[in-house]
Write a protein that binds this ligand. Structure first.
Ligand code: ZN
Length: 239
């Protein structure tokens, strides 16, 4: 017993040393976190540029799809600025493999969605799929991680097998909008459409810029009888 107590004390001491040597830092600003802070310091939790789109049925995100897509409404957590803190956050998650951060940000987004009157009918959450090759290389699909966080906040299922990517598309960064659309229009598929009949689907991506990928995914879903589509992303790029 005395030995056990001594052992636990020793473990605590070691843990404290480890915390001193490798303190947990805020993923957005790098400040050392204090007790009860998780991934983000309180300062960043409050001051990161939140969109609050969930409070408005029509907003800058839904405007992207005007005349292009029959969707219910959409929201995102943050405004994305080049070299800003939100970019740093998303980089930590997407390219440094901090999936716990991605899940946590999904939970924050999910909480805002839960508080909104415009998202009460959601049956399931579907992430934009990555090509399996790309997912294997990265080790995870970032949209599926975010979707998992949202699903835990909303208590609805996250379904990753009902929307799939058919073929590999080369990097889209340097292409114009028209070519991008040509590129993504036919790459998604719904292998079990019957499972989605009459469902209200919340479609998830990490960052929205032109909306062409989300549009292509949503068109596939809307081709199924009775499907309604909502959209949510972590961040929006305002050009
Ligand atoms: Zn911070």
């Amino acid at each position: 017993m005395i030995f056990q107590q001594g052992f636990h004390t020793l473990l605590d001491i070691l843990k404290n040393f480890a915390a001193l040597a490798y303190p947990e830092t805020c993923c957005a600003c790098g400040t050392v976190l204090i007790t009860n802070e998780k991934h983000l310091c309180l300062h960043c939790r409050v001051l990161l540029p939140q969109t609050r789109f969930h409070k408005h049925r029509e907003n800058q995100l839904t405007k992207i799809f005007w005349g292009r897509l029959r969707m219910e409404t959409g929201t995102c957590l943050y405004y994305f600025q080049k070299r800003g803190k939100v970019q740093r956050l998303i980089h930590q998650f997407k390219y440094k493999g901090n999936t716990q951060l991605g899940f946590y940000l999904g939970q924050l987004l999910g909480r805002s969605i839960k508080s909104s009157p415009y998202y009460q009918d959601i049956d399931c959450i579907i992430p934009v799929p990555l090509h399996p090759k790309k997912e294997r290389a990265r080790g995870f699909n970032q949209s599926a991680v975010i979707a998992g966080g949202i699903a835990s906040s909303l208590s609805v299922p996250c379904l990753t097998h009902l929307l799939v990517r058919k073929e590999y598309t080369e990097t889209q960064t340097r292409k114009n909008r028209f070519n991008r659309w040509q590129n993504v229009a036919d790459v998604f598929d719904t292998p079990e459409p019957d499972a989605l009949i009459n469902k209200s689907v919340l479609l998830i991506d990490d960052v929205i810029t032109t909306g062409s990928t989300l549009e292509a995914c949503a068109q596939n879903l809307l081709a199924i009888r009775g499907v309604r589509v909502w959209i949510a992303t972590l961040a929006i790029t305002i050009e």
